[in-house]
Design a protein around this ligand. Structure first.
Ligand SMILES: Cc1cc2nc3c(=O)[nH]c(=O)nc-3n(C[C@H](O)[C@H](O)[C@H](O)COP(=O)(O)OP(=O)(O)OC[C@H]3O[C@@H](n4cnc5c(N)ncnc54)[C@H](O)[C@@H]3O)c2cc1C
Length: 411
């Protein structure tokens, strides 16, 4: 495989680099204490959906300005058609854009809306839904959160119990969602609800709805995690009225709409770059004066482990390139995306463990100011705990690869 840029791709890459250099707001600086969403693609020091509603007016305005700047080119939703505010970029151009933004350490904008909800509405939504929601996402004016999981319904999503009962032109929704990433910062939610409790197969009684967070009867409660951040929340629905016009796809066919959304969730280059940069910092540190003071005396024993992580990061890069090259020919990533997700999530944890080990007892320091290398790997260890859960657990990814990819018999 040859991943060299074609002349046109190299030219586009240069254009992106120049754009970031010239247009990224200088006052939008990384904040080491920024709340992380736990998504492996997040750029260190930023979390755009949080920044855009920050209490600090400088940060808030900078985040908004960055969104407006990207929107001028349609680069918030680069792959959407231009008529809805996208840039109509090819899968490879979009890959290059994301790669360069990650390498430059600048945040992407509106991830869940642009990369999950948008493509789903483009495929299954009504014209009214497209023209109402897509341009606003592409301008960075509205943010979205994904309300699928419930207490007791995570991997077994089809068992979800949040009810929606038709009443005239509305659905009346009652139930609870949980682990909704950044839901407390979102303007809108896309949720799965049960509309036919008697369906023979549970997944045939589910509907996909778009819900305005300010709807009476919707309550959002942040959940604090082990790090003291609140990257997700639980959401309660108590008699919330949602217009039937906000249904995406047919009633009781929402499962198939959701599967489209999830297929978009599992492709991406961002994580590779993040791991690559973290490992590069670690390697540089081991060679530095300061590094020699703080690192373990028996570092030699970890040399092979560091080399192994380097090799795995190269493999992940190749997996991401392979996936995008298939998307470039119009294919939707299926089980291959699960291969990426599984390998990426488990590598995230291995890399964090290797990094923390290299610092020996200093690997236990949490306060960034007190710790060598700003406690990067100690924080990464905590962040990475969720990696093998958040986009579907490792066991579920292996199930998908085994059954859909390898055609092994189902147990
Ligand atoms: C940081 C974070 C962010 C998240 N963000 C969102 C979000 O924005 N929106 C949203 O809807 N959800 C979100 N989630 C929820 C996430 O999708 C679920 O945690 C995940 O699907 C697993 O569900 P569960 O937690 O109920 O675990 P369970 O499904 O109860 O799994 C428990 C264990 O049993 C194993 N298991 C379950 N079924 C099988 C099986 N069939 N075969 C083998 N093993 C199995 C699992 O692999 C796991 O080890 C988030 C989770 C995290 C941690």
């Amino acid at each position: 495989m040859n991943w060299e840029d074609t002349p046109a791709e190299a030219e586009f890459r240069e254009e992106v680099r120049a754009f970031i250099r010239d247009r990224f707001p200088s006052e939008y600086v990384p904040d080491p204490e920024a709340e992380h969403s736990l998504e492996p693609e997040d750029v260190f020091g930023y979390n755009w959906p949080v920044d855009r509603v920050s209490d600090d007016p400088v940060r808030r305005e900078a985040a908004r300005r960055w969104a407006a700047t990207l929107a001028e080119r349609g680069w918030i939703a680069p792959h959407w058609p231009t008529e809805y505010g996208g840039a109509g970029l090819s899968a490879l151009e979009e890959f290059i854009l994301q790669e360069e933004m990650m390498r430059a350490g600048v945040p992407t904008v509106n991830g869940i809306g642009a990369f999950l909800l948008g493509p789903t509405v483009l495929e299954h939504g009504t014209e009214q839904q497209k023209s109402e929601h897509l341009p606003r996402i592409a301008r960075g004016e509205t943010t979205w959160a994904q309300g699928f999981s419930e207490p007791g319904s995570g991997s077994d999503l089809a068992s979800l119990r949040t009810r929606a009962v038709r009443d005239g032109d509305d659905y009346v929704v009652d139930g609870q969602k949980v682990w909704t990433s950044l839901g407390q910062y979102a303007d809108w939610l896309f949720v799965l609800v049960r509309t036919d409790p008697d369906a023979e197969k549970p997944h045939r009684g589910i509907t996909f709805l778009l819900v305005d967070v300010t709807t009476p009867g919707v309550t959002v409660r942040p959940i604090e995690d082990i790090r003291g951040d609140a990257p997700f929340c639980e959401i309660f629905f108590e008699g919330a009225r949602v217009p039937v016009a906000n249904r995406v796809g047919e009633e009781n066919r929402g499962w198939y709409v959701a599967m489209t959304a999830l297929s978009f969730e599992r492709a991406g280059i961002g994580a590779t770059i993040k791991y690559e940069q973290a490992l590069a910092r670690l390697i540089e540190y081991t060679r530095s004066e300061e590094g020699r003071r703080y690192l373990r005396d028996d570092l030699g024993a970890l040399r092979h482990e560091i080399a192994q992580r380097y090799t795995e990061i190269r493999m992940l890069y190749n997996l991401a390139r392979y996936t995008v090259s298939r998307q470039a020919t119009g294919e939707v990533p299926g089980y291959e995306a699960s291969v990426n997700q599984l390998f990426s999530a488990e590598l995230h944890q291995r890399l964090a463990r290797t990094g923390a080990k290299v610092f020996g007892r200093y690997g236990q320091l949490w306060q960034r100011d007190d710790a060598p290398l700003g406690a990067t790997f100690t924080h990464m260890r905590m962040d990475s705990v969720a990696a093998t859960f958040l986009g579907g657990t490792s066991e579920i990814q292996r199930n998908v690869i085994a059954t859909r990819g390898l055609n092994l018999p189902r147990a």
